[in-house]
Ligand binder design. Sequence first.
Ligand code: C2O
Ligand code: CU
Length: 490
Amino acid sequence: MIRKKSPKRPIFYGVLLLLILFVGTASVYFWQFRLQKPVEINMAHHGHGSGSVSEADMHDHSPKGISCESITAKETAGPTRKFDLTAARTALQLDNGQTVEAWTFNGSSPGPELRVTEGDRVVVTLRNKDIQDGVTLHWHGINVPCSQDGVAGVTQEAVHPGEQFTYVFVASAPGTYWYHSHQMSSVQAKKGLLGSIIVEPREKSAQLSTAKEVNALYQRLNSSLLLNGSAKGLDVPGQAGERVRLRLTNGDNETMNFSVDGAPFRIIAMDGRDLHEPGLLERVTIPVGAGQRYDLLIQLPESGQVIVRNQSGKSLSIALGSGSVPQQTEGGAMFSFVDYGTALQGDPIPTLKPDRNFVLKLGQSLFVKTINGHSFHEIPPMNVKEGELVSIKLVHEGGGDHPFHIHGHTFRVVSKNGIPLKGSPIYLDTLLLKDGESYEVQLKADNPGLWMAHCHNLGHASQGMTMMMNYDGISTPFRVGTKSGNLPDL
Ligand code: C2O
Ligand code: CU
């Protein structure tokens, strides 16, 4: 018998397809919702297995031990530098003719460059004009006291329209840093709530005191990649033989590769921390992870320009000096810090034994980004005690580049893929992990508080790759979740 093709078949498959689509979309939403929008979480006590907090923890607003809120800047003799930053919705006219709906500080994105000197007492009053979800300021890379770290629901309440919050901290370490909102960070950084903060050293070496300062902050505003707020490149005049200190900051979510044509150069600092005896480099590509900063020292040649190219944004080159344009390097080797510069004599770290060891596996599952298989508040925190030497092994297990950032601390990179570093000591606050890489980093637990540790692809953080490093005995009166509206990494 010949079976006639049933006319119902296409309908059946159509319905099945719709059903699959529906279930798929619904589960994505379910996971995202469950993850990003818990009702109420105490980030000082969470993630003990199930992800639920005990009733006692939920409702205990009388802090046990020391509250993060009470840990403030120490008195110092340094001069006070005051700044005001007001967050507001602004229709920004870009120099490529586009108008974007941005969120700005003092009417611009990036916000004003804050430039202070090592030892200064920095006082910044944040006001929110009309950003409904509230805003905060996080001082990325600066080791501020817990109450000044700007993480909504952990160190403070988000600052709502009409409200203000004054940050006070000492700029104790010179370097290139940046600030950004840490309320709904993946949304608010892209909307424009970020800027540079540069701490100049109190004393500069002869080489650096005569160098021209050039700051280059890259960001993605909505979808446009910008350099210092411009959609065009940067043109810096200069004389032959002149030295330029170029401070590169990646405020986007993706890794940016830079090349330098026209002169050899040195990488003199990473994440604001000086390198020891950095050598001359030529024809290398520098991978700058999201959140990272690289400071280059470039001496302008006798004739012609130096061009620093951002390979992610071809039009966003930095041209230094004048004259002929150098040829573009093709296929330069990737810069690696593992053997760059020279080791310090009598360097103690490699022989010290850590008091605590953690392993963080950065990966992903179906709809979420994970650390050790869990996401966000379901990841048990790293619990440490003041004074301990803490070792953290970071392992990349898929899901794209993971620039891993730890708040409140500068960590030292000890080894890569099991091999100890050979060159300059490398101190970072954000470490870029690429496919299959593993690193050991060590830090001194010298800043009691509750500290976020997360991927600085803020999209990944919002998908769950964010956790805490908590000191024993520190509590917080603040809560993350839909009840308070504090959603630091949404
Ligand atoms: Cu630059 Cu938790 O961030
Ligand atoms: Cu990531």
